[in-house]
Design a protein around this ligand. Structure first.
Ligand code: GLC
Length: 785
């Protein structure tokens, strides 16, 4: 529906029963769709339209928008009649200069809509927490903050708690009050801001350049529902190959093939699991993308093959800046075929990055994305498995080593936009070009892309890390709200540089960080070239043992983590999330940000301060089991032991945690699957394990295997029912180890009603039984004495 009113036109559209789009234009003109839109086409929906006096109600199902046609203000309500997101005034517009933004000093905004700011104030409920907002430092709840959406390379000395915008832009949040959550995505790829009650208490201001306001409201009613709605609209997260969930080792840079091989062998000699080594910029010939240095990496195919024989994959960095040099094929071809961004006068935009003067592909052009994608053959032909897109904010300086500046905002891009309009999409479109390119040059195999910059929807194309952190306790701590916020913003495959990038890592910090990193959705150790070595063995024997155990735990958890990746791919469900996601009704947990959930079954409460050997843990409602000792705890505050060797972690009663045997690489088949059944007090619990071949695209045709497990409540015996395996994927032959966590030693165990051999582990109160996994249904029941 569309309505003209005193200050312009408002268009309201129901995209789904639980998603409504509102667009406002002061002159009644709305921009055409862009070929690079991040929106997914949703099936049509048929809302009710009720007109009465001066108001129009659009009732979509779970969500109703009400427009006051006279005043031009909108408000929303859910199916329980709860009102939210009420406009306080009609939207307003005014022209601004670059200095009024945080884009940078003396930045000229392009004429017309490029300098027209639209602003809308909405009411904030006093009891709401404001979460999401993508990649940020600072606290989980962003009330009282003013937040900018403009991708930048926040380079040396690195980011800190008080920063505003970083490498990615997610103009999205969810508001959570006890019993209800709703979400809002401001669909602006221009410079935009959210003032979350900072300037005026309880007033939320949405502002954007571009002259038009466009936003989606999501009905919730839970944080999980909001993430589902956001990713239904902007794309579900890509399913990574299994190896990508393993451990990655990186450094700027492993500068020669000999060094890379030595690192891989170092892991194998020390029996520390590893799936990938990242090659930073020095593998290239003078930082020319899609080349190899002829001396230091004389035979990349051989090097990569040797890594593969050790069960290790190579991931190579690719920056968007293409060295401006005649005779360099990528530059010549790109110039000849019009792939680089040009100034309005037709001369190519040149900026400085690692290779010196560089040219920048216009990823908004389909032909440029195809070209860029094809260039990846130079990497995949030698066996590279993953691509790491860096510096794609894009990070540019105007002169060598000068300050960062965006490319001139009036440069045309994609044939129909200015850089000002699509700046925030640069990294997103590069990640998309890379993902689609890998799909084309390696048909049938899953692409794996890691990106530094991104926008809402980048989850379809890439995993991401949080850029250049430091080896500081503060940054270990900060990683929790940072990754949790990205998870709530639709981006589940995230991690930070374990051990810290800038500055020198040290023993205690590294031990704590790797223990926590075992639970990061993306687990990579990476460090700056000037910092001390940071491989797991770099800090002496004790820390090496701790690191080996942490990485081993990661590998044991892989069947669980991989199922979480499938769940993320289906519904957007974050892997690492704040407690409020799983326990939205417990108001006391809304602000907890130093404990996180890893999927619905595991709670992790790491130590993030020096010298600390125990910590306070808030256990939400239910029964909990210490992952490391098996001890059972009730809900409420707990002082948990936290020796240096581990991060306190707890399993929720009603869970069946699926663990694999210890492997050195995901190349090794899963030959043993352990089912750790943790009963709740008086309710049964379920878990469905999802498996597939871990690398192909056959899962799209349903070649997966699913097995549902049911753990009976403790007061009903605490037994485990294994469902019949369904689906067309046939796992490797394996043993099942069933472990029932009980409250007392039973007289025996029955398998399908018959007494069977079993063992009892007294210190953990666990009854164990081994059987061959035949894919059929089985029932394991304790015999009470
Ligand atoms: C950037 C990246 C960092 C990388 C370095 C060199 O700072 O964020 O991860 O090591 O560039 O390529």
């Amino acid at each position: 529906m569309s309505a003209e009113h005193a200050v312009g036109s408002t268009r309201i559209e129901a995209l789904a029963p639980d998603i409504i789009r509102v667009r406002y234009s002061p002159d009644g003109r709305f921009p055409a769709e862009r070929p690079w839109d991040v929106l997914i086409d949703l099936p049509p929906t048929y809302p009710d339209l009720i007109e009465k006096d001066d108001t129009v109600r659009l009732a979509a199902g779970a969500l109703t928008a009400m427009l006051d046609c006279h005043r031009g203000v909108v408000e929303f309500s859910n199916d329980a009649g709860m009102r939210f997101a009420q406009d306080l005034e009609p939207p307003g517009t005014r022209d601004i200069s670059g200095d009024e933004t945080r884009i940078g000093h003396d930045i000229e905004l392009p004429a017309g809509n490029g300098r027209r700011l639209v602003k809308l104030d909405k009411a904030m409920a006093a009891d709401e927490s404001y979460l999401g907002f993508g990649q940020r430092t600072g606290r989980l709840d962003r009330r009282h903050r003013c937040l900018t959406h403009w991708t930048i390379d926040h380079s040396y000395p690195g980011h800190s708690r008080g920063d505003d915008n970083l490498y990615q832009a997610h103009p999205f949040f969810m508001a959570v009050r006890p019993g209800f959550a709703w979400g809002l995505f401001m669909y602006s790829t221009w410079y935009s801001t959210f003032d979350v009650g900072a300037e005026k208490e309880d007033v939320l201001s949405l502002s954007t350049l571009g002259g038009v306001l466009d936003y989606f409201v999501f009905a919730g009613p839970t944080p999980a529902a909001v993430v589902e709605q956001l990713t239904r609209l902007t794309g579900r997260p890509a399913l990574p190959p299994l190896w990508a969930l393993g451990f990655h080792q990186s450094r700027w840079s492993y500068g020669s093939d000999a060094e890379v091989r030595a690192i891989a062998r170092g892991f194998r000699e020390r029996a520390i699991p590893l799936d990938a080594i990242h090659l930073d910029i020095d593998y290239m010939d003078g930082y020319r993308v899609f080349t190899w240095d002829k001396d230091r990496f004389a035979n990349p195919a051989e090097t990569v093959a040797e890594l593969r024989s050790l069960g290790v994959r190579a991931v190579t960095i690719v920056d968007p800046g293409v060295k401006q040099e005649t005779g360099y094929a990528v530059a010549d071809e790109g110039l000849a075929d019009g792939h680089f961004v040009r100034h309005p006068d037709g001369t190519p935009v040149v900026g400085y990055v690692w290779p010196g003067a560089s040219l920048f592909p216009d990823f908004c052009r389909g032909a440029t994305r195809d070209w860029w994608g094809r260039l990846h053959r130079a990497l995949t032909d030698v066996g590279v498995d993953g691509v790491w897109c860096d510096m794609n904010e894009p990070s540019i300086t105007e002169r060598p080593h000068g300050p960062q500046r965006p490319m001139p905002l009036d440069t045309p891009q994609g044939g129909e936009a200015s850089h000002a309009e699509v700046h925030n999409l640069y990294g997103h479109m590069m990640a998309r070009a890379t993902h689609e390119g890998l799909e084309r040059v390696r048909p049938g195999r899953r692409p794996w892309v890691l990106t530094r910059s991104g926008y809402v929807g980048t989850q379809r194309w890439a995993a991401s890390w949080m850029g250049d952190n430091s080896s500081w306790w503060e940054h270990l701590e900060m990683s929790l709200p940072q990754l949790a916020s990205l998870g709530l913003s639709g981006s589940p495959h995230v991690g930070v540089d374990i051990g810290g990038f800038y500055h020198h890592g040290f023993d205690e910090l590294f031990a704590r960080w790797i223990a926590l990193g075992a639970y990061y959705p993306f687990m990579r150790n990476h460090a700056h070239r000037d910092s001390r070595p940071q491989e797991p063995w770099a800090f002496g024997h004790e820390i090496e043992t701790i690191a080996r155990d942490a990485i081993a735990l990661r590998y044991r958890l892989l069947p669980y983590l991989y199922t979480l990746a499938h769940r993320a791919h289906r519904t957007g469900e974050p892997i690492l999330r704040p407690l409020v996601y799983d326990f939205p009704d417990d108001w006391m947990l809304h602000q907890v940000e130093d404990q996180v959930m890893i999927g619905p079954q595991l709670l992790v409460a790491p130590v993030y301060q020096p010298g600390v050997r125990r910590r306070l843990v808030e256990l939400p409602a239910g029964t909990w089991y210490d992952l490391h000792t098996g001890a059972r705890h009730d809900a409420g505050p707990l002082i948990a032991d936290a020796p240096l060797a581990r991060a306190p972690a707890f399993v929720r009663g009603g869970s069946v945690l699926t663990l694999g045997q210890l492997r050195q690489s995901t190349d090794e088949p899963l030959t043993e699957l352990t089912l750790e059944a943790y009963p709740a007090e008086d309710e049964s619990g379920h878990w469905t394990l999802t498996e597939d071949d871990g690398d192909s695209l056959d899962y799209r045709e349903g070649v997966i295997a699913e097995t549902r497990y049911t753990v009976a409540a403790l007061n009903a015996g605490g037994g485990l029912a294994i469902g019949e395996r369904t689906g067309r994927f046939e796992p490797h032959p394996r043993t099942l180890v069933v472990r029932l966590h009980l409250d007392a030693k039973p007289a025996g165990l029955k398998l399908d009603g018959k007494r069977c051999d079993w063992s009892w582990q007294d210190d953990r109160c666990v009854a164990e039984l081994r059987l061959t996994d035949d894919g059929r249904a089985h029932r394991v029941t304790p015999v009470r004495g």
